[in-house]
Design a protein around this ligand. Structure first.
Ligand code: GTP
Ligand code: MG
Length: 225
């Protein structure tokens, strides 16, 4: 079998498993969001901020993916919500089978919001559907404002762009308006927020977006198909 045919087969099988996961999330009323960025853009930091701000009784959970180490799960478990690490052992993205396997001993009826932190990579995670309701792409101000043009697929497929590390703007030659304009060239309707995970600026916009997204999903679930 040649490489293209094999890749098609793998992606076809992944799509089938992702469709099953999406159906299970829908049945149990789980809003699943898939966070994607280059390594180190601030996915775990944003989730740390989110869990810290999250009301204790609310039912949120995280699956966090990395090639090696349990570091991100250790960071996120401190907030008392269910968190599991997925180590891929070399694979540059998560796939639907890994999600399915790591959900096996969680009761989906006890989760309202599930974050998946993908492996740090702007390319491979874009091709693998995980059954999520939406993808969120992060871009930090140290990465250059041309990234939406260089890696269009993930910016096209994500509903929200989170620009991170805005506290560093005084120190780096990053034109934030240009970055947003580039993202809009690839994805005209894309929503955007700007945050600093360290200083805390913009976090209310991110949390507000999440709240609104949960409301939209709940309304969609209630309306007849
Ligand atoms: N100045 C500044 N540093 C940040 C911000 N967000 C994250 N960092 C730092 O950036 C580094 C990487 O952050 P992580 O949250 O681990 O990034 P990540 O995207 O989860 O990284 P991977 O999981 O390895 O892909 C850490 O040293 C963070 O403290 C921010 O908003 N401002
Ligand atoms: Mg991380």
């Amino acid at each position: 079998m040649n490489r293209v045919a094999l890749e098609k087969k793998v992606l076809g099988e992944n799509d089938r498993q992702a469709a099953e996961l999406r159906e299970r999330f829908r049945e149990h009323g789980v809003l699943c969001l898939n966070l994607i960025s280059a390594p180190g853009s601030g996915k775990t930091s944003l989730l740390e901020r989110t869990l810290r701000a999250w009301p204790r009784g609310e039912r949120v959970a995280v699956l966090t993916g990395d090639i090696q180490t349990e570091n991100d799960a250790t960071r996120l478990k401190r907030f008392g919500f269910p968190v599991k690490q997925i180590t891929t052992g070399g694979t540059c993205h998560l796939d639907a089978r890994m999600i399915d396997r790591h959900l096996a001993d969680w009761r989906l009826e006890e989760i309202d919001l599930l974050f998946i932190e993908n492996v740090g990579n702007l390319v491979c995670p874009s091709s693998y559907d995980l059954g999520e309701a939406g993808k969120i792409v992060l871009l930090s101000v140290t990465e250059g404002e041309d990234k939406p043009l260089k890696y269009p697929s993930i910016f096209f497929k994500s509903e929200l762009l989170v620009i991170t590390k805005i506290d560093l703007l005084p120190y780096v030659p990053f034109d934030i308006s240009k970055a947003e304009e580039n993202a809009r060239k690839v994805h005209p309707d894309m929503e955007m927020v700007r945050v600093s995970n360290t200083a805390g600026n913009g976090l209310e916009d991110w949390l507000g977006w999440l709240e609104q997204r949960r409301r939209t999903e709940a309304a969609r679930a209630k309306s007849p198909a």
